[in-house]
Design a protein around this ligand. Sequence first.
Ligand code: B1M
Length: 211
Amino acid sequence: MQPLLQAIYDSILNGQQKVTSEKVTQALAEGMEPTTILNEGMVSAMAEVGRLFEEGEYYVPEMLIAARAMQSGLAILKPRLVQESFKPIAKVAAGTVKGDLHDIGKNLVCMMLEGASFEILDLGTDVPPEKFVAAVRDQGANMICMSALLTTTMPNMRVTVDALKAAGVRDQVKVMVGGAPVTESYAREIGADGYATDASRAVALARSLVE
Ligand code: B1M
């Protein structure tokens, strides 16, 4: 790996928030592509954090400080990933489902969608089904993006789709789902309109759903 990317990767793995910010700033100043920094230096580091957690080498505090370092790097990349646009393609209500506090992937999907001219209503994490319903009914969202990182919270995607149906608003929105444990077949099974494996595919999918 290129030394600067390696330094970014290491700083996330070690939860060195300040170093991550400095190195990401340096990489951008040296003309490195934001998506290269993101995918090779940062997202790959979080995957390694997950592996270390699974193997019992990292515990929740290590995951947490790694996530903070990741977020500080993302904040620096954001202006380069998001461009201003005048007329939004669609209004997207995005959130991590009820019971789930993971938000890095969801934030990334929001950033990329924003950069592709979608208007974002970020509902945050631990979002109950009724909040998604309210975003459609009261705030005019015409697309729902749900993220789940835990096998135990994934079923809340189905609960949310069912809540949209029960509220009589299901046909007013497109529903997209994603997150590490989610699959294409699960998306079909719960009646979502689409599934994407990563943030850039989420943008392509969102575009295809509103065409
Ligand atoms: Co947690 N955690 N965590 N964690 N955590 C995982 C998810 C885990 C896989 C780790 C492991 O065991 N290897 C595991 C889940 C196991 C399972 O369910 N099968 C796990 C666990 C067990 C837990 C706790 C239960 C631990 C505990 O307390 N004992 C706990 C649960 C808390 C809760 O939510 N209620 C917990 C807590 C945490 C922290 C708070 C410490 C922290 C999150 C901080 C934060 O998000 N602000 C954390 C972290 C950092 C992780 C890992 C290491 C990294 C997640 C991440 O940010 N990845 C994770 C391991 C892993 O994923 N390998 C793990 C980087 C991010 C860019 O990827 O989110 O997958 P991701 O998003 C991708 C795609 O999935 C996709 O695009 C994104 C970008 O390309 N995508 C979408 C995501 N949403 C999408 C939506 C779309 C489309 C695509 O359309 C709408």
